[in-house]
Design a protein around this ligand. Structure first.
Ligand code: G3H
Length: 222
């Protein structure tokens, strides 16, 4: 699989415009990226733009802080799927995890996983590793497994740091093979992306995707 085919081409800035979303879609088709990852309000626009292409439409749920109520996250997911999203990246309730409310965290994941499975969509669960201890990362991964998530995703890109090779290595060690890993947040270079993949990441989320894959493809300077 090419590096491009592993990339979720991402634009989640609060000031993202329609024109920028349409350019994101055009770039994803041109470079063969796996998906575009866009705010929920732009899912219908991206779905229309990408109709008939191999590029999936991904959006975010309970993003970026994760503390929307479970019913709000579920409704947000329903609307996103109705608008055409086929991949949902949902942020867990980080405070609930840290408070030991594991049943609630797992139930939230399972409810969305069941909804995604009905719609033949993928659920990626964002655990925000920057805010978790190693023990909490392991616990979050276990809850994702119990919640039947398709992927566990490291980061929103809106915390103090994004993905690290150490995070991905730990996640790969504790997750069963059938649960994939998405590394995201601060991945700016081909080398950084390749290091995450070598550590066990299956998918890369980046808002710098075009530059990232362009490296090493430059013609030799005259
Ligand atoms: O996958 C989602 C992240 O927001 C991407 O983070 P980034 O903007 O640091 O590449």
């Amino acid at each position: 699989m090419t590096l491009a085919a592993r990339i979720d081409h991402t634009l989640l800035r609060p000031d993202a415009t329609e024109a920028q979303i349409l350019q994101l879609c055009e770039e994803a088709v041109a470079h063969g990226f796996a998906s575009v990852c866009v705010p929920p309000c732009y899912v219908a626009l991206a779905t229309e733009k990408l109709a008939g292409t191999a590029v999936a439409v991904c959006t975010v749920i309970g993003f970026p802080l994760g503390y929307s109520t479970s019913s709000v996250k579920f409704k947000e997911a329903e609307v996103a799927l109705y608008d055409g999203a086929t991949e949902l990246d949902m942020v867990i309730n980080i405070g609930a995890l840290k408070s030991g409310k594991v049943d609630m965290v797992q139930a939230e994941i399972l409810d969305l996983a069941d909804l995604c499975h009905v719609h033949q969509a993928l659920l990626k669960v964002i655990i925000e590793t920057a805010l978790l201890s190693e023990a909490e990362i392991e616990l979050a991964c276990q809850l994702c497994v119990g919640g039947e998530a398709d992927f566990v995703k490291t980061s929103t890109g809106f915390a103090s740091r994004g993905a690290s090779v150490e995070d991905v290595t730990l996640m790969r060690r504790v997750l069963p093979e059938n649960v994939r890993i998405k590394a995201a947040g601060g991945i700016r270079t081909r080398a950084a992306a390749q290091a995450m993949i070598a550590a066990g990441a299956d998918r890369i989320g980046s808002s710098n995707s075009v530059a990232l894959i362009a490296e090493n493809n430059e013609t030799t300077a005259a």
